[in-house]
Design a protein around this ligand. Structure first.
Ligand code: ZN
Length: 393
């Protein structure tokens, strides 16, 4: 079967073929005499020919067959296996790396190198249990410790094994001198949610405390704490948790404003709703606080006053969401042609907002309409924020 492989994919294999050629040539030269030019076997040229014809599969089979695994050739074999993995041919990669490990004469260092790559193959193949066992074996042997811990952490996150994720992240902290407190706080939050969903609110609150003890900037922990307390009827504690978000990350205030207003309503403290919204408006702005404040005006005064407030705010900070709400409110007190025109405008703004993402990852640019604490694309924690500007917050 002839591959239609692009040159940039074949190129690494050609490089390996040349390395092989040099190695084999050197061996032959040593075997013969110093003065004679080195010779290469016909298999080598057969392999090279396959490569030049873009038949990498056949070429690699030839090279692997002609080159025995030994201390001097093991790196080439490992690289070949890695190239297979990069091409998505994990089965071949596993075969090559397993073949290396099967050689009893290999030094411990080289064996561990191959073991680490084999674990990566298993990970790519989705054989997470096997990958986990090999990474644990390497860590036990004090080999490849920081990268093995890092990949182990990724496995535990994929498996939602949050307890092992916490243990591994803590080990990784001491092995790499890098802080993992933000991630660990998220793992405690994940455990808290599991407990909360199982009806164990008190235990969930204890885990939230652990999250905040690990990372006092954890907005997610504050939001979960607010929600649990609100459902327990402890609105005062809930407002304290929600108001903490302002100090933790002002970009995420919009995530708690509605819940906070509900809590103050349950506490019959409408004065505090207005005061806090005014504080947020003056200090940070943001269309969510503008619209929630307009809602308060609607409830305490009338639609026209709310519309005037939005118009005034939009002059200072243009926003499509603000315009859409202004149209919605204005529809209630307009008639005739003005009403019909507003209906057209409403349709246009709704269409504009329909496909607009609301959140974006500051690490990779992934965007969407839902808030994620763990970016589905780049797997970063706490990297997704509300989009700012005319089309966003
Ligand atoms: Zn991302």
């Amino acid at each position: 079967m002839i591959d239609n492989t692009p040159l940039f994919i074949v190129l690494p294999f050609i490089v390996i073929a040349f390395m092989l050629g040099i190695f084999l040539g050197r061996k032959n030269t040593e075997k013969n005499s110093v003065s004679s030019p080195f010779t290469l076997s016909s298999d080598y040229f057969k392999g090279l020919n396959y490569l030049l014809n873009e038949q990498t599969d056949k070429a690699i089979d030839v090279f692997v067959r002609m080159l025995e695994v030994g201390e001097e050739t093991v790196d080439t074999h490992i690289s070949l296996g890695n190239l297979y993995r990069q091409r998505g041919e994990v089965e071949q990669a596993i075969k090559i790396h397993q073949n290396i490990i099967a050689k009893p004469s290999l030094s411990l260092v080289k064996r561990n190198d191959a073991l680490y790559e084999l674990a990566r193959d298993y990970m790519n193949a989705g054989l997470l249990d096997r990958a986990e066992n090999l990474f644990l074996e390497l860590i036990e042997k004090q080999s490849h410790v920081p990268p093995a811990l890092k990949r182990l952490l990724s496995i535990y996150q994929q498996e939602h094994d949050w307890e092992n994720a916490i243990l591994t992240a803590k080990k990784l902290e001491s092995a790499s001198n890098k802080s993992y407190s933000q991630q660990v706080a998220h793992f405690y939050c994940e455990l808290a949610l599991v407990k909360y969903q199982a009806g164990h609110s008190r235990e969930a609150l204890k885990l939230v405390k652990k999250a905040l003890g690990t990372d006092k900037q954890s907005v997610r922990a504050s939001i979960i704490e607010g929600e649990i307390n609100r459902n327990l009827g402890n609105c005062k504690a809930a407002t304290r948790a929600y108001r903490r978000v302002e100090q933790q990350d002002p970009l995420l205030i919009s995530e708690v404003l509605e819940s906070l207003i509900q809590c103050y309503k349950e506490l019959n403290n409408t004065k505090e709703i207005k005061a806090y919204l005014e504080h947020v408006l003056n200090k940070y702005g943001g269309i969510t606080s503008i619209l929630l404040y307009a809602q308060q005006i609607q409830q305490t005064a009338d639609d026209k006053s709310a519309a005037l407030f939005i118009v005034d705010s939009l002059r200072k900070k243009p926003s499509i969401r603000g315009l859409s709400s202004l149209i919605d409110i204005s529809l209630d007190f307009t008639k005739g042609t003005a009403h019909d025109n507003l209906m057209i405008l409403q349709e246009i703004t709704n269409k504009l907002l329909e496909n607009k993402p609301v959140y974006q990852c500051i690490q990779c640019g992934f965007n969407g309409k839902s808030m994620f604490w763990h970016c589905p694309s780049c797997k970063s924690w706490s990297s997704i924020k509300p989009i700012q500007g005319i089309e966003g917050e």
